[in-house]
Design a protein around this ligand. Structure first.
Ligand SMILES: Cc1ncc(COP(=O)(O)O)c(C=O)c1O
Length: 366
């Protein structure tokens, strides 16, 4: 049996045939650069990018000029950490459900300027405790932990932060949230949101950065496509979002992204499968589940077995899972563990995949 049972969508989502075909069509029939040509082919690529951007804007309830294409969440988080002015007085607020990609770019910046880092409280279920948000100048909010998979109450968290400081700059990491829940940037009232295309079935190398007030921030990457005019005394940048998109965009991936959004809108991963797996794993005495039944991922450990050994044994049975600290060291430190095993699904996974997974777990632990 060579079939792979891929239960690792939270690391990267498998690509549908239509996303792949969209990219092939673009590469073979429509390819040119964007923002640089005036021939019909180049103009058609500009139109494709504009259509994709409009699709992303609609997907998040944003305006078109607020949507910046990036290389992914990590790239966007690093950009934002450089866009926000920080000083020795900056109070950065983070949480222990953060992914390294969300928190490290800001921590590094604030540490370099001798600012202050605070970690906000989590409640008993390890969700951000929005009733106890301290004062912050910059607040990094993970909308869904990649380890625990619970959607956070982003709107209330931001409201609580604004009650303490109306000028707080809120940065939302929606890398995991985006595939499961609808993002509404107006309801959230956030300043920035970042996510990666590959987590929703688009290609690697493309991501989205939402900027609420694009005119208030300066670019942090410089190059072609962002300049309106250079005179002897000054440089006039292009308007947003172009000013934040120096260099050639990942055009093929942008073409695929619009297709992936359309498919996600029609077909989100079926969380009933996670609940089914949760109920089955709960019957196995040596399995300890760390995530909640309502979570969008299933994270667990097995008594007496190292997570890497367990992952290798599942791999030998053709089951792909994520094991280790999942680039989220802080939550593991809080739980007093080195790592865990995570099972996650895309819309393409079936009950048979989950039954196979359960069968393989039982074989290994018996
Ligand atoms: C919650 C979270 N944030 C950020 C990232 C980083 O995303 P990328 O590697 O696509 O930049 C991930 C990836 O696993 C994630 O799960």
């Amino acid at each position: 049996m060579n079939k792979i049972i891929y239960l690792d969508a939270a690391a990267s989502y498998q690509k549908s045939e239509s996303v792949i075909q969209t990219e092939i069509d673009f590469l073979t029939q429509n390819y040119a650069n964007a923002g640089r040509g005036i021939c019909a082919r180049a103009v058609a690529v500009d139109d494709m990018v504009a259509r994709s951007r409009a699709r992303v804007a609609g997907f998040m309830n944003a305006r078109i000029d607020q949507i910046v294409f990036t290389a992914g969440t990590t790239d966007a988080m690093n950009m934002v950490a450089n866009m926000i002015p920080m000083s020795a007085r900056t109070k950065l607020l983070v949480s222990d459900i953060d992914h390294h990609s969300a928190r490290l770019p800001f921590e590094q910046k604030v540490l370099a300027r001798a600012g202050v880092i605070n970690v906000c409280a989590l409640d008993d279920n390890l969700n951000i405790d929005y009733k106890n948000i301290p004062y912050a100048d910059v607040f990094v909010i993970t909308a869904m932990s990649n380890v625990l998979g619970m959607p956070q109450n982003v709107a209330d968290i931001i409201k609580a932060a604004r009650d303490k400081n109306p000028n707080v700059i809120t940065v939302v990491d929606a890398a995991q949230y985006v595939v499961h829940e609808k993002i509404d940037v107006r309801a959230w009232d956030c300043d920035f949101v970042c996510w990666s295309g590959h987590k929703i079935g688009a290609d690697t190398g493309v991501g989205v950065l939402y900027v609420k007030n694009p005119d208030r921030f300066q670019p942090v990457k410089f190059g072609g496509g962002m300049v309106n005019k250079i005179t002897e005394n000054k440089i006039i940048w292009n308007n947003p979002p172009d000013v934040f998109e120096a260099g050639t965009l990942p055009l093929t991936q942008i073409a695929g992204l619009a297709q992936a959004i359309d498919e996600l809108n029609q077909n989100r991963p079926n969380m009933g499968l996670i609940k089914y797996a949760y109920d089955e794993l709960q019957k196995i005495p040596c399995v300890k589940i760390l995530s909640q039944r309502e979570a969008c991922v299933l994270t667990f450990v097995v008594d007496g077995m190292h997570v890497l050994d367990f992952g290798a044994l599942m791999g030998a049975r053709n089951v792909c899972l994520r094991v280790g600290n999942m680039c989220a060291s802080w939550i593991f430190k809080l739980m007093n563990r080195d790592g865990a095993i995570r099972m996650s699904i895309g819309a393409y996974n079936t009950i048979d995949d989950v039954k196979y997974f359960i069968k393989a777990v039982k074989e290994i632990v018996k």
